[in-house]
Design a protein around this ligand. Structure first.
Ligand SMILES: [Zn+2]
Length: 211
């Protein structure tokens, strides 16, 4: 069975396990965790997205497999309600073969998705306020002003926000460009489109003066 997994599937499985252990498990009770794993085992690992099962079967399977003892219907109802409320399982219709449960994979569970978004935000590292990070960007840009193309030095090197801070631009390395002091003071608070005519005029004046 495991031999049928190709690499992308293994990667997906790794991600699911990581997100499950790191982000979802802390939100679940041990009972809910067991039931969620059981649902994953009975659907996702069989290439199905949902399963139809009765509480009696859940009680038997969980009892044999994970929990050791037989579990009461009342406990199972509580676990199911918990998983449903936390967005881990969608409960569908019930017929005589049982109830239809759709397992939601960790990254689609709101509790987990929220945490993933926070992790992503934290990765947007601040390259603006820390001197050593600023220097990294000057090096990246080879100490040349992004706008006028002139060399900059420690004295007149600045970092310009491509999307200005007043328009929501962040201190990320993607949004920061090495700029000389003159160009930056012209570009300040404007988008490139807004600043372009002023920048060009200033660059031409500076070129004319240096000749
Ligand atoms: Zn410049």
């Amino acid at each position: 069975m495991l031999n049928n997994f190709n690499l992308p599937n293994m990667d997906k499985l790794k991600t699911i396990i990581e997100q499950f252990v790191d982000l979802l498990m802390p939100e679940l009770t041990p009972y809910e965790t067991s039931l969620y794993i059981f649902f994953l085992r009975s659907s996702f690992l069989k290439d199905e997205t949902s399963l139809r099962i009765g509480k009696r079967t859940i009680s038997e399977k969980l009892g044999q497999g994970i929990m050791g003892d037989k579990i009461s219907y009342k406990q199972i109802s509580k676990m199911l309600k918990g998983l449903e409320e936390k967005g881990c399982v969608k409960v569908g219709d019930t017929n005589r073969d049982g109830t239809l449960y759709t397992v939601i994979l960790p990254d689609a569970i709101p509790l987990v998705a929220e945490k993933l978004a926070i992790v992503l935000d934290a990765e947007e590292e601040d390259y603006f306020t820390k001197p050593e990070k600023r220097k990294e960007l000057y090096e990246r840009d080879k100490w040349v002003c992004h706008y006028c193309g002139e060399k900059v030095t420690e004295e007149n090197a600045t970092l310009d926000h491509l999307t200005p801070q007043c328009k929501g631009g962040k201190h990320t390395k993607e949004n920061l460009k090495t700029s000389c002091l003159v160009c930056n003071s012209i570009k300040s608070g404007k988008t490139y489109e807004e600043a372009a005519p002023f920048l060009l005029k200033s660059i031409q004046e500076r070129k004319a003066r240096s000749h």
